[in-house]
Structures are given as C-alpha cells and as structure tokens.
Design a protein around this ligand. Structure first.
Ligand SMILES: [Zn+2]
Length: 205
C-alpha cells in the first residue's frame, strides 16, 4: 500500500526527507554534509537541525524535537537535535523515518498553538497526582492534552504507514505502560488515534 501523509506539512517534509535520503544514502555518511542539506532543505518550513556529537554514543543516533513559539523571537518554529557518536557510525533507513515522525509531532504542536492564537497550553489532567512520586513528572508530561494530541497524530501516521513499522510502537507502549487504562486521558488518546488514522487498525495493538 502506498503511504500518503495525511497533512500538507507532513507531505512536504516526507518528500524532502526522501530526496535527502536518496542523495546522502545510508551507511557511512558525513554528518556535516547531512546537517547542511537538512537545514537548507527545511529552511522554508522554519525547521532547524542541530547535530551534536556525544562521546560514548558509538553505535547509536538519537533525535529529539522542539516547537518554538513565536514570542521566543526565533526565526525558526521547530528544532530537531540529532545526537551521534563516533565517525564510524552508520546511518540507517530508520533515521529518516524517525526524523519524519518527530516533525509530524512538532508540526502538530505548531498547529495547536496557531489554532489557539498562541495562547498558553491547557493544564494537564490532575489525575497523575495519584501516581507515586518518581513517575509523576513523566505522567504529567504524557497526560498533557497537547502531548496526547501530538502523540496520537504520530501513532496514527505510523499506522497509516503500515504495520511493519515498529519505531513508533515504542511511543504507544510508553503510554500503555504509564497512563492508567480507562482514565480520561487514555480514552482521549484512543479516540484521537482512531480519528487521525481514519479507523485503520494496527496489527501490533
Ligand atoms: Zn510534544
């Protein structure tokens, strides 16, 4: 089944990443060149990429994303930080998929802020306070309405991409393990995933 991203931003980002993946490829790549290409290609979408070398991350590349609200005075709206280890590190196909889902998530935060005319986020459901102290912070983050919405978008998009994709399964698992079943936030997440994926059922649930 051919995968078509469901939003305009996601479609543009998907195409750009495919183009870069074709040019740069996998295996041993020069991170400086990759960083320059990503930044050049995504400038029009106000996305900035920062590559940081971290000693000890020998065979591992990880990335994380941020949405930057306009009142920060930054020209960019999104930042993706990529952490990599030594020079021998190999780039895998998964890297581009991971960057893609980070962007889907952060674009959703952009949409949320625009839809609210950049007013503050809604406070999270207070039921996380029942959890034991060490987990409260993580649960507070996951129960935040904006996060539930953005993760639902990501998970829905990965379902639309196909069952073989397991990368975002991890996110779903985090929610499954953290949020008490049948609470308001859990139901909200389920409802949103269903809505955003157009009712596509995943084979890993
Ligand atoms: Zn988020």
């Amino acid at each position: 089944m051919l995968y078509v991203p469901s939003t305009r931003n996601a479609r543009i980002a998907y195409k750009k990443l495919e183009k870069i993946a074709l040019k740069v490829g996998y295996g041993k790549v020069d991170y400086k060149i990759l960083s320059r290409m990503l930044n050049r290609e995504f400038k029009s979408m106000k996305v900035r990429f920062r590559f940081k070398r971290v000693d000890g991350l020998d065979d591992y590349i990880s990335a994380t994303g941020y949405y930057i609200p306009p009142h920060f005075g930054d020209d960019h709206r999104y930042e993706v930080q990529v952490f990599y280890g030594g020079k021998t590190q190999k780039l895998r196909r998964k890297f581009y998929t991971e960057i893609y889902f980070i962007l889907v998530h952060e674009f959703r935060h952009g949409y949320q802020y625009r839809a609210r005319k950049f007013r503050h986020r809604r406070p999270p459901d207070k039921s996380f306070l029942h959890a034991s102290k060490p987990f409260q912070e993580e649960i507070r983050y996951l129960m935040d309405y904006d996060e539930i919405d953005a993760y639902a978008m990501e998970i829905a998009e990965s379902r639309r991409m196909g069952c073989e994709l397991v990368y975002r399964q991890a996110n779903y698992q985090v929610y499954k393990d953290t949020i008490p079943k049948m609470t308001k936030p859990w139901k909200k997440l389920m409802k949103k995933i269903y809505k955003y994926s157009g009712g596509i059922k995943s084979c890993y649930l």
